[in-house]
Write a protein that binds this ligand. Structure first.
Ligand SMILES: [Zn+2]
Length: 96
């Protein structure tokens, strides 16, 4: 059986079966994130998946879903947006 080696920030290296992971793909980019429940501490862990990781996970038969581009934006994205507004003095730009 295929085992996938990944790491938990708390427990270090862990080995999982493909059925223990699920992958979320970002359309067009071919990257995404994957998450799994750590077999040691039983916390749900989420990790970024680059092109290489995505192709490995798909090749081993990990379940995946494609993220909807119209998905609700995250708090992090809102924060970045607000920071961008503050930085750019957009009001002045609009007036002038
Ligand atoms: Zn753990």
């Amino acid at each position: 059986m295929t085992t996938i080696r990944t790491s938990c920030p708390l427990c270090g290296d862990v080995e999982l079966a493909p059925a223990d992971l699920s992958l979320r793909l970002v359309p067009c980019r071919g990257t995404g994130t994957y998450h799994f429940r750590c077999p040691h501490c039983e916390e749900i862990r989420q990790r970024p998946a680059g092109h290489r990781v995505v192709s490995i996970l798909l090749a081993t038969g990990v379940a995946y879903e494609v993220m909807d581009e119209a998905a609700p934006i995250t708090e992090g994205e809102i924060r970045q947006f607000v920071e961008g507004l503050n930085r750019q003095n957009w009001q002045e730009q609009i007036i002038s």
